[in-house]
Design a protein around this ligand. Structure first.
Ligand code: ATR
Length: 276
């Protein structure tokens, strides 16, 4: 039986076991996917001991993604671009890592906003953490030639812009309120809106009808940002799709089947998010 897990600190709230458990059952794979609380000080040792402990690999979540990246023997370009890894597998005894957040976001964007196009106009990223980097990387790969990053801590936005080159520009956090007037894609990667807390302060009155608004927050599924965007007739892309799609490559690597993100899986996870 093949085994995989998700590691983080804390790890109780991870939905990954639910997603992978659903697929193991659906595809009749003899496997197991568990969650393991791993303290940051123990993370590198856990990864080098994966094989000895009978694991084919694992997912990595907060706050261990940078540690996993550094501890790896081999890193795919997706992980290099972000400086962090969320998916780990073994190959010829080597610990290999990638970052599937980019794939998860871009796949969900293509499905949920099929009319969005790389050439439609500037993209705006709110936030400058690991998720922002993964999405900037995806947009650059897709050919978007103007990406504007707004972040509360200006230095972090500037560092991101420096790392990704001339198509990425950092602007002051307060200036984000003007973005709906000229942006054609707006992505929130900050924690604002999580559990209904906080407000990004964006108004879409002046937005073009073709502007797409995405949030990586998925609790609640319809964040304040997405609700306002929908009320103005804009296409809103929720954060759950990214979570589901980022899980696909890992499952395929560990269990040998490329799983599908279906409406039924989405409904199962939404039921869990909403609770009894
Ligand atoms: P991740 O790696 O998951 O993207 P992170 O690195 O913790 O997470 O990034 C969280 C983002 O949310 C950051 O851009 C953070 O801004 P700072 O760099 O200034 O910390 C942003 N963020 C969190 N709370 C915020 C708030 N109340 N107002 C504005 N930005 C906030």
């Amino acid at each position: 039986m093949k085994r995989a897990c998700v590691i983080g600190w804390p790890i109780e709230h991870s939905r990954s076991p639910l997603i992978h458990g659903y697929w193991l059952n659906k595809y009749g794979v003899s496997g197991e996917y568990t969650k393991v609380a791993v303290h940051p000080d123990e993370a590198a040792a856990f990864l080098s001991g994966l094989a000895d402990n009978g694991f084919a690999g694992c997912n990595v979540t907060v706050p261990l993604k940078e540690i996993a990246y550094k501890a790896a023997d081999r890193r795919l370009p997706s992980a290099d671009a972000v400086g962090a890894a969320n998916t780990v597998w073994l190959e010829n005894g080597q610990v290999c890592v990638e970052n599937t957040d980019t794939y998860g976001f871009m796949t969900h964007l293509a499905q949920s906003a099929p009319d969005w196009q790389k050439g439609s106009g500037p993209a705006v990223i709110l936030g400058a953490g690991g998720a922002a980097r993964a999405i900037v990387h995806g947009l650059q790969e897709a050919g978007v030639d103007h990406i504007v990053v707004f972040n509360r801590t200006a230095e972090r936005a500037k560092a991101l812009a420096r790392d990704f080159g001339s198509s990425v520009e950092a602007r002051e956090w307060d200036a984000r309120v003007d973005a709906p007037a000229w942006a054609r894609l707006i992505v929130n990667t900050t924690t604002i809106g999580m559990k209904g807390e906080g407000d990004l302060g964006l108004d879409f009155k002046s937005a073009a009808k073709s502007c797409v608004v995405a949030d990586i927050v998925y609790v609640p599924l319809e964040t304040g940002l997405l609700k306002t965007a929908r009320e103005h007739g804009l296409t809103a892309v929720d954060g759950l799709g990214m979570l589901l799609h980022q899980a696909v490559p890992g499952f395929e690597r560990w269990f040998g089947v490329r799983p599908e993100v279906t409406d039924d899986l989405r409904a199962r996870i939404i039921a869990d998010l909403v609770g009894p």
